[in-house]
Unconditional design. Structure first.
Length: 171
């Protein structure tokens, strides 16, 4: 059974960064942000290959949380997020900051965020029934718009956090 969904970022938003970073701390900060914001996250895939020029990693996360509550106080909407990391050539490095040497990483990092609002997440209605069509057309359209806006705001907050964090190591 196909879920009714709406992708708030279209095909997704990609952040690409080549250079100095603290990947381990970035990884922890993004994971922590989702936890603080009530997403139940799961790491679906972790692959690491050590090569002569550095370490390559592919990491995939998926998370879900209940969305806005509709008029009848049920969890009709849910939010689903996907985060994919592709790290190429990760290696340790040192950089000078305010006269001190700090340990960092150098890598080419690509992070893709995808965010989706899922309708009928609690399976209140069977697919394609008249009752579901009436409910979605007349009772909850405003709530659906609020849910899309809320998820859009949340995902852009974590995207902003990620960009800011990467810029911290750009001296």
């Amino acid at each position: 059974m196909e879920e009714d969904t709406f992708d708030v970022l279209g095909p997704g938003t990609v952040i690409q960064w080549k250079g100095t970073q603290d990947f381990e701390l970035l990884y922890k900060k993004i994971w922590e942000w989702f936890g603080i914001n009530d997403y139940s996250m799961e790491e679906l895939h972790y692959e690491e290959k050590r090569l002569s020029f550095g370490t390559n990693m592919v990491i995939k996360w998926e998370g879900k949380k209940p969305g806005k509550k509709c008029t009848f106080k049920n969890d009709y909407f849910a939010y689903k997020v996907k985060v994919d990391f592709l790290v190429i050539g990760l290696k340790e490095a040192e950089t000078a900051y305010e006269g001190n040497k700090i340990k960092v990483n150098n890598a080419d990092t690509k992070i893709k965020f995808k965010a989706t609002v899922i309708k009928n997440s609690n399976k209140k209605f069977k697919e394609k029934t008249l009752q579901k069509q009436i409910y979605e057309r007349y009772i909850i359209p405003t709530t659906f718009e609020e849910a899309k806006i809320e998820l859009y705001s949340e995902i852009h907050e974590v995207i902003g956090l990620t960009k800011s964090f990467l810029n911290l190591y750009h001296f």
